[in-house]
Design a protein around this ligand. Structure first.
Ligand code: HEM
Length: 407
């Protein structure tokens, strides 16, 4: 296939900037802002004190007192992303309250109107998304220090102690580990274009090595995230209002729409990382058009538009998989398979994590206190609203199917 000379993949980081991809942190927002100017500081102040305000039953009172603000004074992408993050935290807290079932089905106009306007401007939905709570919710403690868990913190917290910090920062560190693999993507397409198997081989080795580093970063989840706090507290605040029986009609954004709207909750399924390497390696979830494929496709609409465009631009490139197949080169095929296998390993590991953090706590709860019907409903749905195990196993088996078999 002919390759457009001016195509984004021809050069690397200067062009990647158009896609809001950073050399060091990948899809994460580099150097997120921590403060907003007056009068938006009122939002930041509520978000910063969220666990305390929720505990004292003051959160909803404070939100209802907020003035309706125009978003025109929010200048620049980083300020707008911080505002989206902050309004997302406030919205989740307003809806789910103390997490005890006393929920709100109407988001008051003083928060709903600016939130929806800002969401439209950023091309994001008006609910807390992964691009908020993971990609834009971090800082280094020592700015000159390394990007390590010990030297990092989140900007805003939900109830549940350090569980949210663990979940968000480990996800972020997986993103950052994989960033070094994104960097190699232009080399891959250039090598395919020039039919340069040696360069492609080296680039694929770099990708599989970065994906192994991502898996290593993922393994730290056990050190920092407590399964009970995750299941019983954090998960509630990340839940959305799509496919959720507690808000079956959706949420009414007062002053914006006349009818309630449904949006899926925050989930790492909204990360561009896995989808990016799926597309690059030709792992096709869309084959058969099953519900897992539809969900992954839908999750793209919860990603920043620049990242959605990046995924589309990858898809429009010549197929790496077809090139590897066409060469009949055993070493190249093996290296390609190592990349696919690294994706399988990530998904295997992820499945084990989901069993530990969702399936087991749900079944314990069912034995201890709940009717089995209610618990099995809780167990089967993720914060994104999927039937978890079916979904994740389908996605994994599509990944396994992509491994090239020896003749
Ligand atoms: C306590 C840790 C975690 C739990 C309990 C968990 C749970 C889930 C669940 C339930 C889903 C299904 C979609 C939904 O309904 O939300 C999902 C999907 C997904 N998660 Fe996680 N997750 C965890 C950590 C992570 C991390 C750290 C990453 C990587 C950054 C990640 C990446 C993904 C991806 C990419 C999907 C989409 C399915 C796929 O492409 O394989 N998850 N997760």
């Amino acid at each position: 296939m002919a390759v457009d000379k001016a195509s984004p993949m021809e050069s690397s980081w200067t062009i990647f900037k158009e896609y809001y991809i950073d050399e060091e942190v990948g899809f994460a927002l580099p150097l997120p802002l921590e403060e907003l100017p007056h009068p938006y500081d009122a939002w930041v102040s509520i978000a910063r004190n969220l666990p305390e305000l929720i505990k004292n039953n003051q959160l909803r009172v404070e939100v209802e007192k907020l003035a309706v603000l125009s978003i025109d004074g929010l200048r620049g992408h980083r300020a707008q992303r911080l505002a989206h993050l902050v309004l997302g935290y406030i919205t989740m807290a307003y809806v789910w309250g103390q997490g005890d079932g006393d929920i709100r089905k109407v988001l008051p106009s003083n928060i709903a109107v600016p939130y929806c306007k800002l969401s439209e401007k950023l091309g994001l939905p008006p609910i807390l998304v992964y691009a908020d709570c993971v990609l834009a919710n971090w800082k280094k403690k020592d700015p000159s220090g390394p990007m390590t868990y010990e030297n990092m913190d989140i900007l805003f917290s939900f109830p549940g102690g350090d569980c949210g910090k663990g979940f968000f920062l480990v996800s972020l560190l997986v993103e950052i580990a994989a960033a070094s693999a994104i960097k190699v993507i232009p080399n891959i397409f250039n090598a395919v274009q020039r039919e340069d198997s040696d360069t492609l081989h080296k680039a694929l080795l770099d990708i599989s090595s970065s994906l192994h580093k991502a898996l290593e970063a993922f393994s730290h989840i056990h050190e920092y995230v407590d399964p009970n706090l995750f299941f019983n507290v954090l998960r509630i605040y990340l839940s959305g209002w799509k496919g959720n029986p507690l808000l079956s009609e959706g949420l009414l954004y007062e002053g914006v729409w006349d009818t309630p709207k449904k949006f899926a909750g925050g989930s790492a399924a909204q990360s561009s990382i896995f989808q990016c390497f799926d597309v690059l390696l030709g792992i096709q979830h869309t084959v058969g058009g099953d519900s897992a494929a539809q969900f992954l496709q839908e999750m793209r609409t919860y990603m920043p538009p620049a990242h959605q465009s990046f995924l589309i631009s990858l898809k429009s490139r010549p197929s790496v998989r077809d090139f590897v197949l066409s060469k009949g080169n055993a070493v190249l095929q093996e290296t390609y398979n190592e990349c696919v296998q690294a994706m399988v390993s990530l998904r295997n590991y992820h499945l084990q994590v989901v069993v530990k953090y969702i399936v087991i706590p749900a079944s314990r709860q069912s034995k201890a206190e709940r009717s089995s019907e209610e618990a099995s409903e809780k167990e089967s749905k993720g914060t994104g609203g999927t039937n978890i195990m079916d979904f994740l196993k389908t996605v994994r088996s599509k990944t396994v199917n992509c491994l090239l078999k020896e003749d």
